[in-house]
Structure formats: C-alpha cells, structure tokens
Ligand binder design. Structure first.
Ligand code: ADP
Ligand code: MG
Length: 462
C-alpha cells in the first residue's frame, strides 16, 4: 500500500544519509587529527578542547595503600575503596557501591548535588572494615573521577567548563569542582582529601596502563563519549609550563564535542540537537553515545507514524515523549533473534503502548536500530583511527614491534554487542595490516581503579 511504501522510503532515506563508507570514515579520522593539532596549538583553537590533565606519569605498579575513588559521570555514581598492595600484590581488595542520582539533582544547584554525593560517600566510608582502615591520624585520600569538561589548574583542582549528558547546574559552571566537593564533605563531617581530579577517560587510561603497558589511549562509550591519550609534552604548543620529566602528558580530548562536515547528519540529529539542553554542542556525542541512540530511533519512528501511518491511523502518544526509548531497549530489540521478533513486539507494547505489531513492522524497527547503531559504531572507530594517526601508530613500522592498546570502557561498549562488534570490525577495516599491532581492551571500571591509582601517586601522605 501507499503507507508501506512511504515508510520504506523514510527508512531508505535514513540509510542513505547515515551511510559511512570507508572513504568517509577516513575523512572523519583525518579531520579528527587536524582538530587535535589545532586544539593542542592554542586554547580555543578547535572544537576539541584537548585539555591538559596534569597527569604526566601513569601508574607503574608500585602504588600502595588504601585509597578511595568517586566516579561521577552519568546517571549513577560509584564510590570505591581500593587497597593497593604494590608491585607484587597489586589490587589486594576492592569494594564498590553504586548510587543513582535523583534526576532533580542533575538540574538543581551545586550545593544540592555535592551534598548528596558527600553524604553517600560518608555512608560508604562508615562501612569500612577493620582490615581496611588507615592508621590513626592519617587522612583518607580520594581520586575524584568527574566526567565533564574541566579546565584543570593542577592535578587536584579544576574549574567546570560546561555540563553535558543531561546535567545543567548553572551555579557550578566556572567553579572548582574539588572545592565544591571539599566544602560538601566538610558540611557532612567527612574528613577526606581529594588528591587527584581526573576525567573518566584519564582514569581509564591510568587503570588500563596499570594492567597493560601498551595502553596509549582510552575511549569511553557510555552515556556520553570521550577519549584521552598520551601525548609528547613538547607537541603541546599551548602548554607554557615546565616540561614534565617523563616528557609526556595525558590529554583529555573531549571528543564528544567534535564535529566535521564529513560526519553524516540527518534531520533527526538536527532536531534532537536543537531541542537538547546544549544545542550546537557535543555533536559527535549526540550521534554515537548511549544517551542519544535510542532517542534518534524514536524520532525516526515518530516520523514514520506521522507521515506513513506506520502504527495505524493515529500516532501512538507515548512515541512523542522524548527519551522514552532508551538505548538498552533499542539494543534488546536489535539483538532479537526470535523468528517472530517477540522482544521487539514486547518492547513496542510495553514502552510505546503499541500492541499487536506485525512482523514486517518489527523487521523495520530492527533495521532502524541497525542503521543508527552502525553509524555510531563506525564513527567511533574513525575517531580512534584519528588518535592513532596523530601518534603515527596507524601503520606498521618495519623492524619495530610497536604495540598500541586502547582501553575501552562504558555501558554502551560493554553491553551493546552489535555496536561493539561493528566498532571493532570497522577499526580492522580502517587499519588493514596495521590492525595486528593494535588491540582494544575492555577495561571494566578501569576509571575507578585508575583514579585511586592516581590518588596514590599524588598522595600527600607519602
Ligand atoms: P556512564 O557513562 O553514565 O558513566 P556507564 O558507562 O555505565 O555510565 O554507561 C551507561 C550507559 O550505557 C547508559 O546510559 C546506556 O546508554 C548504555 N547502556 C547500558 N546498558 C546498555 C545495554 N544493555 N545496551 C545498550 N546500551 C546500554
Ligand atoms: Mg562512567
């Protein structure tokens, strides 16, 4: 019928506009490399902030003692206690607790958010076992993983540049987030010092290097997306400080804010962006990361419902609610292997209140998920190629056994198998023979351990 043809036309149009042939991915990677240079050359020189992390030494394995870590980045935050045993014993003990952030605190005031965090941290500290306790008189130390763009002033301080990923707390912008946390800890009577403030990418890089010396970069694919890597300090023209002894500096790229004319964008992406909390910003993030993939799918389905009566004569009201279709649900539909696509059927029914969907409708929904996830996965592979190119690690060098490992973390990468497979196979496609010198390493909660390790190496108690 005409309706069906119209729905298929919308689908085909989407597929064409989201296409990421190899040549296009190479252009995206090249653009990423160019922007990396520009962001390192001068402050504000690029959409890529290329933030200096003040981490000029990655963990070596000798780190020792009891340290806390706190990871704030998305809808949950994690508190962690790690006992580091040094070169032989490594991570002796690790305890983690996850706390979800009430949504109103994500758009409230700085004090309200940090009081909540400090309170949860204090509760966690109160559960310390006898064997995990510092000698009397020694202050507890914390590695604070804070996954928003921060202009670092030192390893343990930095001002918030902007919020992303659905957070918007205006009075915190421009403030030192360590100062905010420290004041909140004082308010709840918690005696603890922040020894390191790190982005989650930097924490993941540190945690990755601790287990694998070949790790040179880290990528987060979770609620948002970002990357960090190890740069030569003398390749950072905007850095006017002393050159670190190591000759290296970890750079937090803030690649979520990358954009390029080579990135395939659709009208769905444009309207998502325009209606977001941060219009015009985080464009790469908005087509790759977990916060947005399901929402893109919803927008296409909404269009199909409105213009092709895809779900019948009326548009299902639930389909009009932004962010109602979450990426984990999209992932579940995408992975549905049953012959009648019953997972798709039940997601449509349970989430969107669309009963009795036909098999053909369900097949199109799966195809839609595939188009949107594949584009995101392939673009994230292009981003990784951009980093490898910047480092001259995208080709095989004869006579040299240079291995490059990328530490990957985040719920999207961890749980969305088809996304992950597509990202890895795209990287292989892009690297050709050089793929044998590159490996992708999953680093589960590497950023928490990494922050604890960095707190240890910057400890005031040594
Ligand atoms: P954050 O990025 O907030 O620090 P995570 O790394 O745990 O936290 O990532 C959580 C994100 O991962 C979720 O917002 C969601 O988008 C994505 N995610 C979680 N589970 C799945 C899943 N089963 N399939 C697809 N995406 C998932
Ligand atoms: Mg995280």
């Amino acid at each position: 019928s005409g309706r069906w043809a119209k729905a298929l036309a919308i689908l085909k149009d989407l597929e064409e506009k989201c296409a990421t042939p190899t040549a296009k991915l190479r252009q995206v990677a090249d653009a990423m490399t160019v922007e990396m240079h520009a962001g390192l050359a001068s402050e504000g020189g690029s959409k890529l902030k290329m933030l200096i992390s003040y981490v000029d030494n990655l963990p070596c394995g000798d780190e020792k003692g009891l340290f806390y870590a706190l990871d704030l980045g998305g809808t949950n935050f994690r508190v962690m206690r790690v006992l580091l045993g040094g070169r032989e014993s490594r991570v002796v003990k690790q305890e983690v607790e996850e706390v979800s952030i009430p949504p109103h605190l994500m758009v409230g005031t700085s004090n309200a958010l940090f009081d909540f965090i400090a309170g949860a941290l204090a509760n966690f500290v109160a559960t310390e076992d006898e064997d995990l306790r510092l000698p009397p008189g020694r202050q507890r130390e914390l590695g604070f993983t804070f996954s928003f763009p921060v202009r670092q002033l030192s390893i343990a301080s930095g001002t918030l540049i902007k919020w992303t990923k659905g957070f918007l707390i205006e009075d915190a912008v421009g403030e030192d987030v360590v100062g905010e946390l420290t004041k909140a800890m004082e308010r709840v009577g918690l005696d603890m010092r922040v020894s390191a403030l790190v982005n989650d990418t930097v924490g993941t890089l540190a945690g990755g290097r601790y287990t694998n010396p070949d790790v040179i970069a880290a990528v987060i694919l979770g609620t948002g997306t970002n990357a960090a890597y190890v740069e030569r300090a003398n390749a950072i023209p905007k850095w006017h400080g002393l050159l670190p002894k190591s000759g290296e500096m970890v750079i937090n790229m803030e690649w979520g804010n990358f954009r390029s004319s080579h990135i395939p964008l659709t009208e769905y992406d444009q309207s998502l962006d325009a209606e977001s909390l941060n219009p015009g910003e985080q464009i790469f993030e908005k087509i790759i990361s977990g916060m947005y993939l399901g929402e893109i799918v919803r927008r296409v389905l909404c269009r199909m419902a409105e213009e092709a009566a895809f779900f019948g004569d009326t548009v299902p009201p639930k389909l009009k609610i932004p962010f109602i279709l979450r990426t984990p649900d999209m992932s579940a539909m995408h992975h549905d292997t049953s012959s009648d696509l019953k997972v798709v059927g039940s997601k449509l029914k349970d989430i969107l209140e669309i009963p009795n969907s036909s098999l053909n409708v369900r097949k199109i929904v799966v195809k839609l998920c595939d188009i949107v996830a594949t584009r995101g996965a392939r673009l994230s592979a292009a981003g990784i190629l951009g980093i490898l190119k910047k480092l001259g690690r995208d080709t095989l060098k004869d006579g040299e056994q240079q291995k490059s490992s990328i530490a990957l973390d985040g719920g999207l990468f961890e749980h969305y198998t088809k996304f992950r497979n597509s990202m890895e196979s795209s990287l292989k496609e892009l690297l050709g023979d050089a793929y044998e010198s590159v490996s992708v390493m999953q680093s589960n909660d590497g950023s928490g351990i990494g922050a604890a390790l960095l707190a240890a190496s910057h400890s005031q108690n040594l």
